[in-house]
Design a protein around this ligand. Sequence first.
Ligand SMILES: [Zn+2]
Length: 383
Amino acid sequence: MTAAEILSHLVSFPGLGGESNLPVARWIEDYLTEHGVTYTRVPNDAGDKVALHARIGPATDGGIILSGHMDVVPTAGQPWDTDPFELVRKGDKYFARGSCDMKGFLACCLAAVPHFQQADLKRPVYFAFSYDEEVGCRAGDIVAESIRDHYDEKPGGAIIGEPTMLQPMVGQKGIMVYTTVVHGSQGHSSRIRQEVDAVHEAARLVVFLEEKMESLIQAGHLDDRFHPNHTSIHVGKIAGGSAFNIIANECRFDWDYRNIPRDSAEEIFTDFQAYCHERETVCRKIYPDFRIEHLPLHPPVPPLDTAESADIVDLIKQISGASTTGTVAYAAEAGQFSNAGFDSVICGPGDIAQAHRANEFVSVEQLEGCSRMMEKLAEHLSS
Ligand SMILES: [Zn+2]
């Protein structure tokens, strides 16, 4: 089957992030079985989601992991011109949800299976297909760690096929997302000095976070490979209290930060927690049950910062034909593969500008370019 034929099957399974991905995974499993490729299933605890990995080629060090996610984002409320779950070719474009992000890459991987099998591979290629990437990269670390632990040999690096127009990307910011809940007391607003108002305390915390971002910038923590070139810390939603004349007993706010690789996500959170503890100490003198809690809204996504000198960067330049590298502004599983010990780059077909919107498409030229990249990868692993 061609990549386009495979893509038409893959997009026919909606498989939204957060939902079961078993139907699309089963199709891929059947395809691999038909081609005599053994694979490993990594199911979640509930058994309604599964990540897959497989090796083609010998059990030798230095193989390359091809990583992609099987889930997509919803189409609800988007003005699609065609059925988003049917691959429609118009001119030189294939339209469907996931055509670009990122079933196009999965289709190119799968279409290359016979090619990888016929090549005399000296080092293997691995497929690493995850789920729930679109709802917070929830399975990237699971599949990366499973590959690390499952195979005796050590893969040499990973290519994460998110849409980059086949340009190699070596960096991404990390992401952390929290809800912070401030629990104050209650009473008449005139008793503001005898009670602890949660809105007042939340306001201090919001300002602390903004000042934390400013202090990192002032300290020169800048990385011009990214736009913006600093760690961003942002509070996007806040709610608390019930009336102007009632002390607010609760206030909660949602915030995120996107850290450049040199800024430690843990350090930022630890600083914030230290300030929260300070406020708890002060406020408990007035109201002993005062407390501040933090609920993660999203698993942490680590940043990616692959050295230009890494072998995987050389390789991706050779097989993509690109001479330079860049960084991406979105979250991907590359940081998780990197944390599991695999030098990683992001490089795949399609434009991120087409992702997550109505009439998502991948061009014929990008799909063909990705298939050529697979052929060059096979050549490289055979030499
Ligand atoms: Zn994606």
